[in-house]
Design a protein around this ligand. Structure first.
Ligand code: NAP
Length: 238
């Protein structure tokens, strides 16, 4: 399993409990990751060739990476095709705007940066790796990330924190820092409290759309569905 998400950890526990041998692969970006049950290996494979070699002893490949880990998913598609390994993508659904939401969807971090009005006070919740796109924007940023980004905008405060976050804490954050716009990725899942707090305050949200999945990919939306597929009559048991 290609991991790095809460669903990947949940799936590893569920499969291990069913007696399925699971190895989770982590990219190694965070220094103290929450570790899943089962075996864990860490670090890149060295592209499609490396991943294909690692699939030698694998019955089924589950890509449970983050919706924005597009490169890893592309490599998974390539390695699965080359080796004939059955593979499936576990991808939680994205968010849908509801009444009161003031969302602007954009296709990239660069477009999100270009959409910020001068003088804005921004909650930037796009993750450590995405901060570089915002360094030249004329605004004040509260940059929230799990670990320190390599770069920060000139006018920024860094908040090191790992979600999911409670709604009351998100309300206090937006109010306490007089945030006027929230920038986030359409990650889906349990990190939506910031969007709810923004809706309550009528604060606009710039939401970065997910990258497209490779053509023809088999996508499953929930951990339950993957467990049903793999245990007891799924691909892993032939
Ligand atoms: P990425 O851009 O798609 O991947 C870049 C490279 O990192 C891949 O080509 C691969 O290196 C290595 N890699 C990525 N995921 C890996 C994994 N699970 N196991 C082994 N190697 C992996 O991915 P990313 O956006 O940097 O994300 C890295 C990890 O963080 C992912 O596992 C993802 O689930 C997690 N994550 C990402 C985000 C996000 O917003 N992007 C948010 C939360 C968590 P090689 O080519 O050498 O194999």
């Amino acid at each position: 399993m290609l991991g790095g998400t809460a669903e990947a950890r949940e799936l590893a526990s569920r499969l291990a409990a069913e007696g399925v041998e699971v190895t989770t692969s982590l990219a190694g970006r965070t220094h103290h990751p929450r570790l899943p049950d089962g075996d864990v290996r860490t670090g890149g494979f060295g592209g499609v060739d490396g991943l294909a070699a690692a699939l030698d002893d694998v019955d089924v490949l589950v890509d449970a990476t983050h919706p924005f880990a597009a490169r890893m998913t592309e490599h998974a598609a390539g390695a699965a095709a080359r080796t004939g390994t059955p593979w499936v993508v576990l991808r939680r659904p994205g968010w849908t705007a509801g009444p009161g939401d003031r969302w602007t969807r954009v296709p990239s971090l660069e477009d999100a940066a270009a959409s910020i009005a001068p003088g804005a006070r921004v909650l930037l919740a796009t993750g450590r790796q995405g901060v570089g796109a915002f360094v030249d924007v004329d605004a004040w940023f509260l940059v929230r990330a799990i670990e320190t980004p390599d770069v920060l905008p000139e006018r920024a405060e860094l908040l090191l924190a790992r979600g999911p976050f409670a709604l009351e804490d998100e309300r206090a954050l937006l109010d306490g820092h007089r945030i006027t716009v929230v920038v986030a990725k359409d990650s889906g899942g349990a990190t939506e409290a910031k969007l709810v707090a923004a809706r309550e305050r009528s604060i606009p949200v710039i939401l970065v759309d997910r990258p497209a999945l490779p053509a023809g990919v088999d996508v499953v939306a929930s951990v339950d569905d993957i467990v049903d597929r793999i245990v007891p009559d799924g691909v892993s048991r032939g």
